[in-house]
Design a protein around this ligand. Sequence first.
Ligand SMILES: Cc1cc2nc3c(=O)[nH]c(=O)nc-3n(C[C@H](O)[C@H](O)[C@H](O)COP(=O)(O)O)c2cc1C
Length: 159
Amino acid sequence: MKFYFAPMEGITGYVFRNAHHACFPSVDRYYTPFISPNQNRPMSPKEKRNVLPENNRNIPLIPQILTNNATQFLQAAKVLADMGYEEVNLNLGCPSATVVTKGKGAGFLGEKEKLRAFLDEVYEYTPIPVSLKTRLGMRDPMEIVELLELFRQYPVKEW
Ligand SMILES: Cc1cc2nc3c(=O)[nH]c(=O)nc-3n(C[C@H](O)[C@H](O)[C@H](O)COP(=O)(O)O)c2cc1C
C-alpha cells in the first residue's frame, strides 16, 4: 500500500511537512497545498518558500498547481522543473466557493470544452509529467465517466 499525504492549504506547509516526515518517514509522497499562479507571477513568495528544495530536504514532494489558464500553469511548471521537481499535480478538486466561482478546481470540471483545450496545451508543452487530483464531478458523481474519457486522451502521470 502507498501512503499519500493530502495537501491542506494554510495547514500543511513546509514546517508541518518536515515535522510530519520526521515522525512518519514512511509516507510515500507529500503533495503541497495548491500554488495559484496569476498573470504577474508564477507563484507568491510564500508559495515559493513552501516548495524550495532546501525547505523540503529528503521529502518525496509533488507540487500542486491550481489554475484554469494553461500559460500560467506552464510558467509555474517550468519554475518547478527548474527547481528539480519531476512531477506536478493539477488541482481539479477544490470545492471552495471562491475557487469554484472562478472556474478553477472542481469548478473547472463543469466547463468541459475549456478543460479540454487547457489539457491539450498543458500536456503538449509541460516540461514535467502532470498528475491530476479530481473529484467525481461538479454536480453528479456519474460525470466521472465522461471525465475519464477525457483524461485518458492524455499521458496523465496518475489520477
Ligand atoms: C483546510 C483544507 C485545505 C485543503 N487544501 C487543499 C489543497 O490545497 N489542495 C488539494 O488538493 N486539496 C486540499 N484539501 C482537500 C484535502 O487534501 C482532502 O482531499 C480532503 O480533505 C478529503 O480528504 P479526507 O477524506 O481524508 O478528509 C483541503 C482540505 C481542507 C480541509
